[in-house]
Design a protein around this ligand. Structure first.
Ligand code: ATP
Ligand code: MG
Length: 453
């Protein structure tokens, strides 16, 4: 990664922000600590000056000039580097003892540069000047200690700031490089996805961090999306394949009509059949679109509490005569009410499709039973018959669009009835089971009982 790229990384900018914060805090803490220490040292320096001054001044109480000079001289000898300055003058301003030049100092405290006292160091002196009996005495101390402390403290904080700054910048750069590495791999995966390779997945490091969690969630969606697209592709291929038969039939009918017309024969019947065939194709398309629309899940927002028991009673009533016409007997096994959350129109269509199938695909003399049973949490709607049933290995397939059992090819229908039932079941999160009714077929739809009713 180029240094210029680093700046574009939020993690690096964050690290720099933290560096600035750390440095500001460090400098502030250093300045406060340094100020406090300096204050303490200055107070100690003043106390030391006062102590020396008083000790010498005490000697003057005996009014012995020689002793006083001796006291100052002894102390001067003890400070050969002139870190302590002394000046003892008499009433006329003549120097009696001292290690600095004779300057007139104001009484009390003053802070003077070393040069002002005739000393060649670059320090400052804290000086107290006052009277010692009949004489004037000035005692001063350098601030060398404070200067040294300032150098140490500033040095220490300077180094600390430098190390902390470098460490956070380095940490930021490493972090940015790591994130960039993972993002680059994610970018590569997204590029593959954008080019239609739905098998590409975002990288997951296994650390379980936030990036991992987002990547895993996206990957789960991608698996689903890949499944949907594959299913869609399969469905489109099946539909295209299955629609070729009716379209071919339509073409043959039109061709027949053309031939008959050329022979001077009536083509009225051919045209009626062609119209019926195109109507069937139209219906198939409408049913396919309807299933696709159900699969979008948009209708879920219109769900209301529907009494499945009442709905089953109504459907059994409607189909009783049709069943009787086909030589079947329709039984109803429903008591009370059983509410579920759903789309009334779609549930009506579902029950109708199941009952119609039993009527259409069973030989006369079949018993058809419409039942609704309930438990504390569930409601099970079943339609069963004593007809030929569906072989176990075909039960999954008949739920597909346009799939019909070989023996049903001659009966009327498009093979979309159960596909719609499946779409409605999925929309309602309903468990759809095709079982052997021994003999015959039983289809169970297991709903969650509605909490609204
Ligand atoms: N009760 C049943 N008994 C035996 N076979 C059945 C029964 N119900 C459905 N089938 C088989 O399953 C196939 C698919 O049923 P589906 O309802 O999807 O289509 P269809 O009834 O043939 O046509 P339509 O689209 O008009 O409903 C049927 O063609 C039939 O072979
Ligand atoms: Mg059907």
């Amino acid at each position: 990664m180029r240094p210029a790229d680093l700046w574009r990384h939020s993690s690096f900018r964050l690290a720099l922000g933290v560096t600035l914060l750390v440095l500001t805090t460090l400098i502030l803490a250093g300045a406060i600590g340094y100020g406090l220490m300096r204050e303490r040292l200055a107070a100690r320096q003043d106390a030391r000056v006062t102590e020396i001054f008083n000790a010498i001044a005490e000697t003057s109480l005996l009014d012995d000039r020689i002793d006083l000079i001796e006291a100052v001289t002894t102390r001067i000898k003890a400070s050969p580097d002139r870190s302590t300055a002394y000046l003892l003058t008499d009433g006329k301003g003549e120097v009696l003892a001292g290690n600095i030049k004779n300057v007139t100092l104001p009484p009390g405290w003053s802070t003077l540069p070393a040069a002002g006292l005739g000393i060649s160091t670059g320090y400052f002196y804290r000086v107290f000047s006052g009277s010692a009996g009949r004489y004037r005495l000035a005692v001063g101390l350098t601030d060398a200690d404070q200067e040294e402390l300032q150098t140490i403290v500033l040095g220490a904080f300077g180094w600390a700031a430098l190390v902390a700054g470098l460490a956070t910048v380095a940490a930021g750069a490493i972090l940015a490089a790591r994130v960039q590495n993972r993002l680059s791999r994610a970018e590569a995966a997204v590029a593959l996805l954008a080019h239609g390779d739905l098998s590409a997945r975002l990288p997951v490091s296994g650390k379980g961090d936030d990036l991992d969690r987002i990547s895993s969630a996206i990957n789960v969606s991608l698996v689903r999306l890949e499944g949907y697209v594959e299913a869609m592709r399969q469905v489109s291929a099946d539909i295209a394949h299955d629609l070729r038969t009716p379209l071919n039939r339509l073409r043959i009918k039109i061709e027949n009509a053309a031939t008959r017309r050329a022979d001077g024969l009536s083509i009225e019947d051919d045209l009626v059949e062609a119209i019926a065939e195109s109507d069937r194709i139209n219906e198939t398309f409408s049913a396919l679109l309807r299933i696709a629309q159900i699969e979008t899940g948009a209708r879920r927002s219109q769900f209301t509490a529907v009494d499945l028991a009442a709905l089953m009673r109504t459907m059994a009533e409607i189909y009783a005569d049709v069943a009787a016409d086909g030589g079947h007997t329709l039984y109803l096994d429903v008591t009370g009410s059983a509410f579920v959350d759903g789309d009334r129109e779609l549930l009506t269509q579902t029950l109708a499709n199941l009952i119609e199938n039993s009527i259409r695909h069973c030989t006369p003399g079949t018993q058809i039973t419409c039942a609704v049973r309930g438990t504390a949490e569930r409601v099970i709607a079943s339609v069963s018959d004593t007809g030929p049933g569906i072989p176990a290995d075909e039960r999954e397939k008949v739920l597909r669009r346009l799939y019909r059992l070989e023996k049903s090819r001659s009966t009327e229908g498009t093979g979309l009835g159960l596909a719609l039932v499946k779409a409605v079941a999925d929309l309602h999160n309903v468990d759809l089971v095709l079982a052997d009714a021994g003999p015959g077929l039983r289809i169970d739809l297991t709903f969650q009982r509605s909490v609204r009713a």
